[in-house]
Structures are given as C-alpha cells and as structure tokens.
Design a protein around this ligand. Sequence first.
Ligand SMILES: [Zn+2]
Length: 419
Amino acid sequence: MAEICCEEAKSAPASASAVTALARRRPRVELGVPGAATPAGNEEGGETRGGKRRRVSCAAPAGRSCQRPRLAARFGSMLWWPRYGVTSVCGLRREMEDAVSIRPDFLRGSGGGGKHHFFGVFDGHGCSHVARMCQDRMHELIADEYTKAGGSGKEGASATAAEPKWKEAMERGFARMDGEAASWAATRSGKDDDLACRCVRQKPARCDHAGSTAVVTVVGPTSVVVASAGDSRAVLSRGGVAIPLSVDHKPDRPDELERIQAAGGRVIFWDGARVLGVLAMSRAIGDGYLKPFVTAEPEVTVTERTDEDECLILASDGLWDVVSNEMACEVVRACFRSNGPPPPAGARPDSGVLPAPAAAAAAAGREEERGAAAAVKGVDRAESDRACSEAALLLVKLALARRSSDNVSVVVVDLRRVS
Ligand SMILES: [Zn+2]
C-alpha cells in the first residue's frame, strides 16, 4: 500500500531546511486509493458534501486587481516548458472524487506550440463521473473554443489584447462541458460500462445528482488565465505575497446569494450555507437538478505575468479548508529555496517525477493502486519538475496533518523567470 507522510506537520515549515526535513520524514498515513477503502455495497445515494469543514481563511479580492506587468514583451516569443508538480490523494474520504488534468502545450494544433499550458483541478461531488469527464475533455473544449474565438496561440506582447478571447473561450468551454455532463446523465442505461459509476448503481439512478468544481488555468508566456466554477481555488505568489486568482463560489457569498434568490432559489443553512439546503457551492459543472440556481458559468481572470511571480497553486478545498493562501505560498517558496534556482529558460526539465500516488503505484506495480494514477491525467514524467513536485506533496501532507477530511489535490507551477 502506498503511503504518504503527515506526521507532526502541525504548522507550516518556517524554512527551507524545515521543508526538507518534512519531506524526508517517514511515511505514516495510508494513502487513500480510490475504491480500496470503500466497503462493498456501501455506496449511498444522494450524498453531497456532508461534514465538509469550512474554515477558509482568505477573503481577499480576486486577481482582477493584480498590478500591471513591468516586463512581459521579451517573453512573448519564447518557447518554454512549464515546471510543475502535482499530488492528488483520497485522504480520509471513502471515495476519490478529485481529478487533475495537466496538458502541456495544449494549443499545439493552433500554431502556439510550446507556449500555452493547461492545468485543471476538478473536485467532484455526488459521484466522480463529472470530474472525470472534465479531466478528459475540458482542455479540448477550451482549445476548440479559443480557436473559434480567433485565438491563434501566438500571444503578443500584451495579454490584454487576448483577454476577450480567453474569456469567451472559457465561458463557452465550461458551457459545453456542462452540456456534455447533462447529456451523459440523460442517456445512462445501466449498461456494463456504466456500472463502475456509483450514481448508476443507485435505485433509482441519479446521474444528474452529481457535479464537479472546475478551476482551470492556461499559463502562457505573458499571462495566466484562470477560470473557476465552485470552491477549488487558484493562488498566485508574487513578490512574497499570496494573490487569489479565483474567488470561491459559496452560496452565502453576497453576490451569489442575490443571484440565486433572483432566480427563485433559496440558500438554506444546514451544516453551512447550501443551495436548496443541498449543495455547499453555488457554481459547478453538472448538478442538473439544481439548475438554474447552480450555474456552470465561470468567473475568468487574466493576469499578466511579471518578473516578481514565483508560483501558481491550484488546489481543491481539501487543501484550502485547512491551509491559508499565505501559508501555501510560503511552503512552495521554501521548497524553491531548498532546491536552488530553476534550470535555464526554455530547457525541458530532465529531472521529472511522477505525481506521488502514480509514482507509488508504478513502483509497487500493484493492480489495486492503478486508480491512484488515474486521478491525474496528462502528466509526462519528463516535463514535471522536482521542486514543484516536492512542494505539491508537502502541501498535501500538511493538509492531511491538519486533519483535512476531504480528497486533496494540489498542482504547483513554477513561474519564476530565468535568464
Ligand atoms: Zn456517476
């Protein structure tokens, strides 16, 4: 059984040496493997997000207020490969409903080769199938919509000019993803290939009673585009400051509450604020039974990159419920310090590591752990980065040590400029 450490990590590491020590600590807590810890015949119907803790500490404004860039033009024509790391674990939950998608150079068919990279974290609820669909399709839909919007992938000196195209691409991509989830739910028949899906096994089947958050980002030479629906979050570390690039869609967020009530819906406080007393978020892909109160429309931010940018962190609320934006950024920066400067610009990382669950499963060669690798798709060992992978793993360990009760998925992207 693969394991992951969370021993004694009660507080954030204060230094690079502390981070290194934490990284080397002996594993203690069993890694949750999808399905492995689920008692047979225990699949229940209609489970939403009961028991979810809500201790998000950040209420800072979104990245729309980010300062303008100082130097961006000289990176516009540079082919570069992303340095990233990812860890995704089941944690204390019985089922794995998170999914991660990493698609380097996802616009390669649009003439923008080597310059735009897609990262997505999807946190499913009710059933995992919507998150898995997003994992497989969201990058394709967004790439298609970006092309239709007139985007060529040949981003110029300023990200401002490309902003309308990205906004349109993200909104249409999310809408199509939501449509595909609805179509899937409407056509299920209980065929053999459906039986792995928990929602299909329920009597009656409730395939439209499932959904997923979606926080996706496109990292290009001059900009970081973030689109989000739900309470997964993207955070930028810039000059030592944590800047959220998405704002959680909670039902009691004033503007979300107003939107839900204007549509004729209600927010009921039952173990936290929930749409119709059921769902603890106000936007998501799927959840057809809660439309139009729960919408799939994303909020989109386009932030120009600067020389002060350090990293981007995407994570499900399994991290953010117990780790603040500031602490998460500090952990990553400490990992960067302990690993030294990044490799030369344009270099394709040669020290790549697989995400922790996938690496553990591959090393062990155990059949029952293949599901852990399936939580992350699109990862190429040669393209991942050791410092980022260490940072993502440490953040997951920290969340588990702080008794996060949810699946935990973390993606770390290195945004540091190198000469
Ligand atoms: Zn399902």
